[in-house]
Write a protein that binds this ligand. Sequence first.
Ligand SMILES: [Ca+2]
Ligand SMILES: [Ca+2]
Ligand SMILES: [Ca+2]
Length: 363
Amino acid sequence: MAIKRNKIHQCVVAALATSAALLTGCATQSSNSTAQITNSYYGTLEPFAQENLYFVLTDRFVDGDPNNNYPEQGGDENYTFNRPLKGPDGKEANVGYLGGDLLGVYQHADYIKDLGFTSVWVTPIVENPDEAFTGGEKIHYGEMFKDGGKTGYHGYWGVNFFVEDEHLVSENFKFKDFTAGMKSKGLKTVLDIVANHGSPSYTMPQDQPMYGEIYDKDGKLIADHQNLHPTELNYDNPLHTFFYKKPDLAQLSDTNADNPAVLDYFVEAYLQWIDQGAEAFRIDTIRHMPHHFWKKFADRIREHHPNFFMFGESFVYEADFIAQHTLPENGKVSVLDFPGQAAITSVFGKPKEGSQLKATKIC
Ligand SMILES: [Ca+2]
Ligand SMILES: [Ca+2]
Ligand SMILES: [Ca+2]
């Protein structure tokens, strides 16, 4: 989608790997301030939007170090490695860790570069729980939005946002080594960040370690859902003030964006990862937190790193809706272009039928 230059709203950008999603950066510009623009139509002027971005779900990419797979982790029942879900006709999915790590991504940097990409977006690197989740609804093959039996292999169930998860790093290869290594290969690192929620936090038959808990950079417990339904949280308990008292997504602990300590925590945590080489952020579940949070978050990040590029996931197919995050008063955060993705797949693919099914032959 490109928008005429005289309009205030300028959108568009870089194609992602495999998913065919698009990154949309929108900026506010006057029509005469862009001497370098010669075409009638153009995309965002954010420099980072020129990057070709390859998305990696790190655990599912390449196992570069078998020493960080922890097949014994979680015990006999709640083990975290290799939890297959059997489907029809011998098909199988998996909700456990499968061994991919940052070393495996780095070892294939040349492969990614040779595909024509200039940046790699990696899933969240932070500490996730060390057991499979026993609450929620049990997940079966082909199902979505159920967390029972799943692990944090995807990285989106943060427990300590200052610490890397043990599955992703190696003894001599931490996140800072990864970003430096990728940079030496000519690839920038985009870090996937979450502030909307921690891990699943209630409905467990018995409260499990790490689930619903959040720790600070010194390893101190600062928030704990204590396996309580959100409506049962009590703000007289300092461990509860990190969370809202209403459910949001599944059984995830929903962070309290109105608590200044929550903003401080995430700003400090994510500045640390910029210091260690992250060159842009992809913001998970951006629409599940209020604009005032993202405005303050973006301002504080850019206080230290002017013009730091961020793009959010607002999983909605209406351009007018997702564009609200791009406004300066809302933090000037670009967004993934889900409407663009829908338009592309409606022409070139068959939505929801998997990438193996291409458009029918036209000749
Ligand atoms: Ca591994
Ligand atoms: Ca862990
Ligand atoms: Ca929320």
